[in-house]
Design a protein around this ligand. Sequence first.
Ligand code: OOB
Length: 535
Amino acid sequence: MLDGCVPWPGALAERYRAEGYWAEQTLDVLLREGAEQHADRTALVAADGTRFTWAELDAWADRIAAGLVAAGLAPQDRVLVQLPNVPEFVALFFGLMRAQVLPVLALPAHRESEIVPLCELSGAVAYFVAEDDGAGYDYRDLARTVTKAVPSVRQVFVAGDPAEFAPLPEADPIDLPAADPFEPALFLLSGGTTGTPKLIPRTHSDYLYNARASAEVSGFSSDTVYLVALPAAHNFALASPGLLGAMSTGGTVVLAPDPSADTAFELIERDRVTVTAVVPPIALLWMDVVDFMDADLSTLELLQVGGAKFNPEPASRVREALGCDLQQVFGMAEGLLNFTRLDDTDELKTTTQGAPLCPADELLVVDEEGEPVGPGESGELLTRGPYTLRGYYRAAEHNARAFTADGYYRSGDVVRQLPSGHLIVEGRRKDQINRGGEKIPAEELENHLLAHPAVHDAAVVGMPDEVMGERTCAFIVVKGEKAPTLREVTAFLRERGVAAYKLPDRLEVLEEFPQTKVGKVSKVALVRLLTGENG
Ligand code: OOB
């Protein structure tokens, strides 16, 4: 396997192949087969209504692949890709697969403080951006900063007006060698718990399984019209089942620039969307406003909700409010996916976060000592399986902590498993805030806060919030007399290039932090200060 990646042990890899979870195919097959089978049907619809047939998308990806080669990019090279939900994302994705260039999929919300370390860690040789995010943010400015900071990034390609950079490369199609299906095809970002980002290598065969099996369990077919409402670069919208899952069954993919009700409802009506995936706050918002908007959502059959806990009360209102079925999805970029099944009882659909996707997924629920808990008791979820990573990229030291000796990934999620196999997510044992599905590694934000001249110590916790699940509260101990305000702190963080979703919602100044018995900062006690709970 690519240097810096951790392979599955030989015997397990053998088993995954023998049992048919790992096909000897590359991701590229999703577009190639579709183009062969239904060239003239619509594969992709942009937000402005521009339609691409399978043949057109296939030809575009071929031209991009040739363009990448002509631009000097070679198999195994890593590149940073940061595009919003535009057709170029899909064409470039498949162009990269064909040229065997490995994308690191960053989110449009990321800024200098995320992109620079990602380029450094991956050794990225190129950076692909859009001209802007449609809301006034110019990625070419970010590209100027990134190229100055990271010498390995030799080229910048821009979808849209390239300014001093290059447009997306295209050239006359050429014959290209096939990739090894068992080698990494792309890198996803981890939500993270530490001060530095972590990259998740996903192989062709593991990610193909991820997309195809997810599509099957979600009832996708050639009639599926999937709306990409979340960022296409996120595992949920990309392959769980997402746009790749929709492509795997010959469905149609519609790109939404944002998940607001205004935007999404209009596209659902215009393109007769049958299924989409959102995070809980978006589902809540849609249910709140649907009665005041005269949108025809009658084609929508299924709403997939995941990324953060969707509570039973709103979950039980989905069918009545939006006129569609609910499917809960508890997944992670690291691999393991859980889905409620389409034929589950309403009780299971509304009160659980689903059961594992694959018969070969191995799950353990363990206590603080790492010992398995009794049936139905809660504990930390550990998992391994045919589409769950065995190690983060170039992170040997972290991997020693993040995985057990026998290769189980420590998810940091606290769950309880029902006899049916369904999981209920009850909490978290990792130092991360889940702000409506967006993940904020506490340590990373604390490090940024510690760089502020007036901050002596910092501790970041999630505070319970009805809509977002959690919001971010930063506790600080100051150095001098004068404490900075929340405004000053967020301005300081923005200046450092921290993504907007990671900015704290609240700032609290303390004389000193409460401590645990062993003298660590007690985050439990800090959360109690916010909620007013005792004991
Ligand atoms: C998805 O992936 P990530 O990598 O952004 O975040 C994974 C983490 C999980 O470990 C868990 O802490 C949380 O997000 N999570 C949920 C959840 N789905 C994800 N917590 C409670 N209930 C849920 N339904 O978030 C992701 C990837 C693929 C599909 C869906 C979500």
